[in-house]
Design a protein around this ligand. Structure first.
Ligand code: S3P
Length: 753
């Protein structure tokens, strides 16, 4: 690598002419767009084009794609800094052979071929080994048009470009090519050659083969030419790519033969299975394929909607809620379904024999992560559609190994409960999560599961990912939980379904008992004696109907909102009031809140009621420690109540709050301080002095409940509150903004009010 090139990589600034001469060989759409974009940005001192077609050369100069064209390859390349090979992929070998005979000096070679193994092999043959200054590349971009006349300097903006450097490739050469693509505003990634070719074979080459093949297969039977007249949008959409350039695609299939054959064989097996299912009238199999495909396609559309080819999981868009001060609340609303019960309905419904119908299911991202995990393990699940889900249970021993890691998103409940259930399966599985979940402690489940015989590895310091080894013999045991955690209790009970003998768990304080209740609802015997829940393996779950009540943890935002807003009265319908969850009502009442329970009834083993809340003048209290586990998720919004109360509120014994979706003690303290409320975080709680909330900027740190709590705070604020990082509200309460607006809270997405 020349000093020249190592110097230029540090400063590929538009307009800075950091590269001397760029030579682009092949002035088609891709080569032309590369040349034109860099030339327009002034990144190169000179852009020289080479093409066998004189007309393309003439047009390239005329359209400002290049500074000049050169007929002689050797002359063009002498003294070049970068040589871009943009010829059709099957012409690459001949071109590389010619280049190998020239003195290329310090030039860095790169290419745009859409199969990389083939180009790398050709370069090896031509140069007798891969030149260290050759950086293979592939921009994933295109257009319906072709030729230099379609060249577009913006073609690669926000499109992926994959570079496949080899072990011996000069890092400075890689950095230089990387910098050129970035100057064109492309998203550059590096990948192994084989991986690139497999990925492209699956996502691009196979679909083209199918489209060409299907259209030909239908068209060549002459009677079918007639039926095209009846083809509607579906056929047109599916076969659009059969209109692509046949010569180019012929080249690609020949160049990427192995990878295409591999994906084609896999697809042929799946197609045979579909054929068999149609033949056998196996609707269950068809439904399985179609429901899985539909979600996969929806997921894909979301990725595309945000930004072409960008990984949705790494999006760093900051969704801001703007909450305007004041407001009086009124109305009747039903908040979405209970998150804890929704998770469990999918888990137990999947492990049951028969078909379980769920109503009121929470269509939030956390519960959907659980749903997707079971789909990935072969369970056919219809919906959710307006809260209705149909689960075709596979029985306790019917789960199948998923094809890859199970992604749990933001959901601690999914990861902890599933770890217990999966410890008893015959297959290996890995559980991963988003940035917030990846920081949360998992040893609280991994440690007792290991004592039962499970083999589990965690990431550093007991954090996700969790790798669970299948085929282990679990043994039931008794466990005294060191912390009051329903997730740990549920995890061990679910592992107990697969462990020899009895599994029992004693909790230091009562925690939510939805797992125990729902297991009984599925006909599985669970004993509860005092603080201990136990079960034995060997039973079976039979499908049932589940009606999920509205989530008291979501209702809590409106219980506090209705209490602190002036002259307000609000009814929250059909809220679950399981006694292990009602701490928020007790605490608000102790503070002077006016909440009444109406129309109490029991639905599917869970008590529910309509909750009426009226404005009240709240006063600060010492929160009784025994209420902490019963209101564990509601503290962020209870802190807002405390900020609006007269006097001091003290919380102790709540260190668990520090390991939720965020450190809820610190994050709430930071936000309240920013809004002018005096408060002091302590290791296991907080002291809050009631006062006047001001306006300002607060950060939710990706924690849904923090975002919603500060939205509620606006009701008593003296100025607007801007709340950062609110996208995760969708994990538990997807329609929060709509319901908040409906009852009179003035919060909306910034820019969309
Ligand atoms: C949950 C239990 C609680 C709670 C979480 C849901 C459950 O966690 O905070 O939102 O569904 O079991 P811990 O059991 O860790 O306290």
């Amino acid at each position: 690598m020349s000093e020249l090139n190592s110097a230029v990589v540090t400063a590929l600034q538009p307009g800075a002419a950091s590269v001397g001469r760029l030579v682009v060989i092949g002035l088609g759409l891709i080569g032309g767009s590369f040349a034109k974009g860099l030339r327009a940005r002034g990144v190169c001192r000179e852009v020289v084009g080479v093409d066998l077609d004189p007309e393309s050369c003439r047009l390239a100069v005329e359209l400002g794609v290049v500074d000049r064209c050169e007929g002689n390859l050797a002359v063009a390349c002498r003294g070049a800094d970068v040589i871009q090979l943009a010829v059709p992929i099957l012409a690459m070998e001949k071109l590389l052979g010619e280049l190998a005979r020239l003195d290329l000096g310090n030039a860095v070679l790169t290419d745009v071929g859409s199969a990389k193994g083939n180009v790398v092999r050709a370069a090896r043959r031509a140069f007798g080994g891969l030149p260290s200054r050759f950086v293979p590349g592939h921009p994933i971009a295109g257009s319906e048009q072709s030729g230099v006349e379609a060249a577009n300097g913006e073609l690669f903006r926000r499109h992926k470009v994959i570079l496949t450097p080899q072990e011996g490739t000069d890092p400075a050469a890689v950095a230089l090519i990387d910098g050129l693509w970035r100057a064109l505003e492309a998203d550059v990634e590096h990948m192994q050659v084989e991986h690139h070719d497999q990925v492209l074979a699956a996502t691009s080459h196979l679909p083209h083969l199918l489209a060409f093949g299907l259209v030909d297969s239908l068209a060549k039977r002459s009677e079918n030419l007639e039926i095209f007249r009846y083809a509607a949008g579906g056929f047109r959409d599916f076969t659009r790519i059969a209109g692509s350039d046949p010569v180019m695609w012929h080249d690609i299939f020949l160049a990427n033969r192995e990878a295409v054959l591999h994906t084609l064989d896999l697809f042929r097996d799946d197609l045979d299975a579909l054929r068999d299912a149609v033949d056998a009238g196996d609707g269950h199999q068809l439904l399985g394929v179609f429901t899985r495909a539909r979600v996969a396609r929806e997921h894909f559309s979301k990725i595309l909607a945000r930004r072409a080819y960008v990984d949705a999981m790494h999006s760093n868009d900051d969704l801001i809620f703007l909450a305007n001060p004041g407001g009086t609340l009124s109305g009747r609303i039903r908040v979405p379904g209970d998150k804890s019960i929704s998770h469990r309905s999918i888990m137990l419904g999947s492990l049951a024999t028969g078909t379980t119908e769920v109503e009121g299911f929470l269509e939030g991202e956390d519960a959907l992560a659980t749903l997707q995990a079971f789909r990935d393990m072969g369970v056919v699940i219809e919906g959710p559609h307006h809260g209705r889900v149909t689960i075709h249970g596979v029985g306790l021993h019917g789960l199948k190994a998923p094809a890859g890691p199970l992604y749990m998103g933001n959901s601690g409940t999914s990861m902890r409960l599933l770890s217990g259930l999966l410890a008893g399966q015959p297959f290996d599985v890995t559980l991963t999560g988003d940035a917030s979940l990846s920081k949360r402690p998992m040893n609280r489940v991994a440690k007792p599961l290991r004592e039962m015989g499970a083999v589990i590895e965690t990431g550093p310091e007991g954090r996700p990912p969790l790798s669970i080894k299948g085929g282990q013999r679990l043994t039931g045991m008794h466990y005294d939980m060191p912390m009051a955690s329903a997730q740990v209790k549920s995890c061990l009970l679910l592992a107990g379904l697969y462990a020899a003998g009895e599994t029992s768990v004693t909790e230091p304080a009562p925690t939510r008992d939805h797992t125990e209740r729902m297991l009984r609802g599925f006909g599985y015997s669970v004993q509860t004696e005092g603080a201990t829940a136990s079960l034995s393996s060997g039973g079976a779950l039979s499908a049932t109907r589940i009606e999920v009540p509205a989530d008291i943890s979501s209702a809590a935002f409106f219980l506090v909102a209705g209490s602190i807003a002036r002259d307000s009265e609000l009814v929250l319908e059909h809220v679950g009031i399981n006694p292990t969850r009602t701490g928020v009502i007790d605490i608000l009442r102790l503070m002077g809140g006016d909440i009444t329970l109406e129309n109490q009834r029991e639905v599917g083993g869970e008590p529910v009621a309509d909750l009426r809340v009226r404005s009240a003048s709240l006063k600060g209290i010492d929160i009784p420690e025994d209420l902490v586990p019963l209101a564990i998720d509601e503290f962020p919004v209870l802190f807002v109540a405390a900020a609006c109360a007269s006097g001091r509120t003290v919380l102790r014994g709540a260190e668990e709050l520090r390991v939720k979706e965020s450190d809820r003690i610190q994050v709430m303290a930071d936000g309240l301080l920013a809004l002018g409320i005096q408060c002091e975080p302590t290791p296991d709680g907080i002291i809050i002095e009631g006062g006047q909330l001001g306006g300002g900027e607060v950060v939710s740190h990706g924690d849904h409940r923090i975002a919603m709590s500060f939205s509620v705070a606006s009701l008593r604020a003296s100025a607007p509150i801007r709340i950062h990082d609110c996208a995760n509200v969708a994990t538990s309460f997807p329609n929060f903004l709509a319901l908040a607006a409906q009852v009179g809270i003035r919060v909306s997405e910034e820019g969309k009010s």
